[in-house]
Design a protein around this ligand. Structure first.
Ligand code: PEP
Ligand code: MN
Length: 376
């Protein structure tokens, strides 16, 4: 059960709610404070056996805005009470929400300074302020390139600062990687910002998820587990939020199944509306790791664009894509990387599909809010 107090409600109101909740055996209240546009908002979350707790007990209090009974799962990331739930966050001047699509294109794996520089220049030339740069690469074979690790961080962050890149998405596989990133950011004078990417292979590495939540500074881009259910992935994200980091983007990147052949993974972008309905998280799609190859289709459009379009047309608000100045030389995932001259076309494609989605929302297709439940 979530009890939301009115904006700027007195502290004593929260204390009173806690006191009342403690009268019920097996119920433990936790107080959360959020600072929103209209001032501080306090929520008291009741955890445990809340069946016996009547909603009326709190709903009638003058300082209480609303009381929502939620299932045990997705307590923090869930979209409770629907319409007034806010989606997204701002980090380092970049807004991650549902108002526009953030295109995050860059190197799957950092290799040379020249490639980093050329990629960031191309990204910045499009007016984009986000990129991806993998320094720590979890590879299937121990003999494959493992990423340059912490040694490349100083020059990657310096280049990002120089090109006006505000957010670099970077996978971390270990708690130590988070510490190295934070130290390097500090040494760079916070030249840029980093979004911690939790890769599909670590989707249920609960200690890593908890650490990503505890650090509270850098937002998290969580990639759906490739061999687990959507529900399991959403529960994994809840670990990050429950440790204190609510700024999370949920990324769909396909699931492992040969039924997806000839694609690298079975593209799962039909889950974009599902994640949007169940959570307050902005949803990202990664056409590179799901499709896994670059093919131009008979209509002249790369199939990877078509896949990205499926996500954007259903409300995805971020696209994560592999880009490389010379894909043949890439040390990781070259076959799926777009050469730099594809970027303007991808940008145009994404904007056009987004415009279609916005147009759909203004059309006669959407059903009025009061009737939406009937369709579930
Ligand atoms: C990546 O984005 O570099 C990556 C390894 O993706 P995933 O974890 O989805 O395989
Ligand atoms: Mn990759």
């Amino acid at each position: 059960m979530i009890i939301t107090l009115k904006a700027n409600a007195p502290r004593e109101a929260a204390d009173f709610v806690v006191e009342q909740a403690l009268r019920f055996e097996g119920v433990s209240p936790r107080v959360h404070r959020f600072s929103g546009a209209g001032g501080e908002v306090i929520e008291v979350h009741l955890v445990g056996d809340t069946q016996k707790v009547p909603e009326r007990l709190f709903a009638d209090l003058p300082a209480v805005r609303r009381v929502v009974r939620v299932s045990q799962k997705y307590r923090l990331i869930g979209r409770h009470g629907a319409t007034e739930a806010e989606v997204g966050f701002t980090y380092n001047d970049v807004r991650f929400d549902e108002s526009e699509v953030v295109l995050c294109a860059g190197l799957c794996a950092v290799d040379t300074l020249e490639h980093v520089d050329a990629t960031m220049r191309a990204v910045a030339a499009m007016g984009l302020r986000t990129t991806r740069m993998g320094a720590y690469k979890p590879r299937t074979s121990p003999y494959d390139f493992q990423g340059l690790g912490k040694d490349c961080l100083p020059w990657v962050f310096e280049a990002a600062g120089r090109h006006g890149i505000r957010v670099v998405s970077m996978e971390v596989c270990d708690i130590r990687h988070m510490e190295e990133i934070r130290a390097a950011l500090e040494a760079s004078g916070q030249a840029t910002g980093v979004m911690l990417q939790i890769g599909t292979r670590n989707a249920q590495n609960f200690e890593l998820l908890k650490a990503a939540g505890q650090q509270k500074v850098l937002p998290v881009l969580f990639k759906r587990g490739m061999g687990i259910t959507l529900e399991e992935s959403l529960n994994a994200v809840e670990y990050v939020a429950s440790e204190g980091q609510p700024n999370i983007v949920f990324c769909l990147r396909g699931v492992k199944s040969h039924l997806g052949d000839p694609h690298r993974n079975l593209v799962d972008f039909a889950h974009v509306p599902v994640v949007r309905a169940q959570t307050r998280l902005p949803v990202c799609v990664d056409p590179s790791h799901s499709v896994g190859r670059l093919r131009i289709m008979p209509d002249g459009i790369p199939e990877m664009f078509h896949a990205a379009g499926q996500g954007v047309l259903t409300g995805a608000s971020m696209v994560l894509v592999d880009l490389h100045p010379d894909p043949h030389q890439a040390l990781c995932d070259g076959p799926q990387a777009l050469a730099l001259d594809w970027l303007p076309r991808l940008h145009d494609y994404v904007q056009r599909v987004r415009a279609c989605y916005e147009d759909l929302l203004k059309s006669s297709v959407p059903v009025a809010p009061d009737h939406r439940r009937d369709l579930r």
